[in-house]
Structure formats: structure tokens, C-alpha cells
Design a protein around this ligand. Structure first.
Ligand code: FE2
Length: 272
């Protein structure tokens, strides 16, 4: 769904839409892809978050973040920032470029009730710290978090929802298979090309730009189309807790949401 957020950034919303409200534990997935500065230059000036984690993964371009705990940095192509907002953080996310292509994703991962008010935390890894696995047939897997069946482990660890977040490149006609626990909500997003997802009866073709929800099994098997494919495969343990959400706050109850808004308005979020 095309949408706009922040101070006027043009986005494609893939999760968090009327059609796919959430995919437990994932609350939102946005994609920004544009070489027109008017689409991204306004960025995301200071705004709060409470109760979940935001994951920024950049394919092209640069984003600068700055937050109320005093941290600041630039996420560059191939890098990831895994931010645990916990009890509350105020940050800005602004493009560190005035022209050229900006292409990246933001994923919101929910936190269980017992960790919603935990201390905020940032983890950031540049491209060279993302684990890379290569398989037969020229398949390349960049592992941001989780562990593949061949034992490649991503740098982001100890996330409560035990996520798998991999960026997979498949040459034309190549095959990729990987276990995905049945306890996990899981999806694919096709960055380039297309794949056939093998099902127990028939295959499902998933095209460039599409998001596919994976369910009903403990393994995913993909075969790339004639142009090859690049995709994100993401899975996380379902929390199966009530979700109360309003903008940048995601809690379990309406009362907790009201409290979040009050705490923010009265300046009780983490101060520098
Ligand atoms: Fe944010």
C-alpha cells in the first residue's frame, strides 16, 4: 500500500495495512525505494516509540539516527540497526544524502508484555559485520539475525522473539530451502525477480515487490525464476498477546496506551 509517514516520506507499507494488520510478532513493514529526493528528504524528525523494536535495514543510501539517550550514527548500505524502544525513546531518522537512491526497510517487532517497559537498547552492524553464507548453485545468504540450518549466525543476538532475518540472493533457477519453526510468524518479501514457493500440493509464484505470508509448515522451499531473485525471509516467534496500538506506541491494553501518551507529553521518556 503506498503511503506517507514522518515529515512526508513516500513509502510502501507491506505489513500494517488494512489487508494485513499485523503478522505476529511483526507489527509493520515499510519499504522506501526512490531516487527522487522529494520522496525522502523530509525524513522522520524526532518522534517517540514505546513497547516494541524497530529494525532498519538499508540496501542503498544512508540514514542518520539521533536519539534521546545521546546516541547518533549513520546506517549505510548493507547495514542494520536493531533498536529496542522498550519503555520509550525519542529519535530522528533522516536521510544522510541530498540525492541518489535511498532503498531500505523498517520492520517493527513486538515485545512481550514483560519486556515492554525494559530499558531502550540500540544494536548496529555495518555491512561487513553481517554474516554471509554461500551455498551450492551460487545462493548467497546475508544473515542479520538468527541461525541458518548450516550454522551461520547473524550478529544481532538474544532477541526475545528468536527471529530469523535473512537477505537471500538466488541465481536463475536455483533452489533454497530452510526450516522455519511452526511457532513463528513468517514472511517473504521479493526485492528483485520472482520465486516459486513450494507447497504440499502446488507451488505459489511470488513476484517482485510482493509480500507472501508463510504458514502451515516447518520449512520453506523456493525456486528462483528465470531472472533470479533477491528476497527477505523473516520469521519471529508469535507472542499471542493482546495488542493495543496507536501510532508509535504498541502496548497490551488501552490503559497502557493512554499512559504512554501521557508519559511522552509530560517528558518522561528517556532524556539525554
Ligand atoms: Fe522511529
Amino acid at each position: 500500500m503506498p503511503t506517507s509517514d514522518g515529515a512526508g516520506v513516500s513509502l510502501t507499507r507491506l505489513i500494517g495495512t488494512p489487508e494485513l494488520d499485523m503478522l505476529d510478532p511483526f507489527l509493520l513493514l515499510d519499504s522506501i525505494e526512490s531516487d527522487d529526493p522529494d520522496d525522502y528528504i523530509a525524513g522522520f524528525p524526532a518522534h517517540p516509540h514505546r513497547g516494541f523494536e524497530t529494525v532498519t535495514y538499508i540496501l542503498a543510501g544512508k540514514m542518520r539516527h539521533k536519539d534521546s539517550t545521546g546516541r547518533e550514527g549513520v546506517i549505510e548500505a548493507g547495514g542494520v540497526q536493531w533498536m529496542t524502544a522498550g519503555s520509550g525513546i525519542i529519535h530522528s531518522e533522516m536521510p544522510e544524502q541530498e540525492d541518489g537512491l535511498l532503498y531500505g526497510f523498517q520492520l517493527w517487532v513486538n515485545l512481550p508484555a514483560k519486556l515492554k517497559m525494559s530499558a531502550p537498547e540500540y544494536r548496529e552492524f555495518a555491512a561487513e559485520h553481517i554474516a554471509v553464507e554461500t551455498r551450492d548453485g551460487g545462493v548467497t545468504i546475508r544473515v542479520v539475525t538468527g541461525e541458518t540450518s548450516l550454522g551461520t549466525r547473524g550478529p544481532v543476538d538474544n532477541v526475545v522473539t528468536e527471529p530469523l532475518f535473512v537477505d537471500v540472493e538466488l541465481p536463475a533457477g536455483s533452489r533454497f530451502t530452510e526450516p522455519v519453526p511452526e511457532s513463528h510468524g513468517a514472511f517473504l518479501h521479493i526485492i528483485e525477480g520472482n520465486v516459486a514457493v513450494q507447497g504440499s500440493n502446488d507451488d505459489t509464484q511470488v513476484d517482485e515487490g510482493a509480500l507472501a505470508v508463510l504458514e502451515g509448515g516447518d520449512r520453506v522451499t523456493l525456486v528462483a525464476g528465470a531472472e533470479g531473485a533477491r528476497l527477505l525471509l523473516v520469521a519471529g516467534r508469535r507472542l499471542e498477546e493482546p495488542v493495543a496500538r496507536y501510532g508509535p506506541f504498541v502496548m497490551n491494553t488501552q490503559a497502557e496506551l493512554m499512559q504512554a501518551a501521557q508519559d511522552y507529553q509530560s517528558g518522561r521518556f528517556v532524556a539525554p
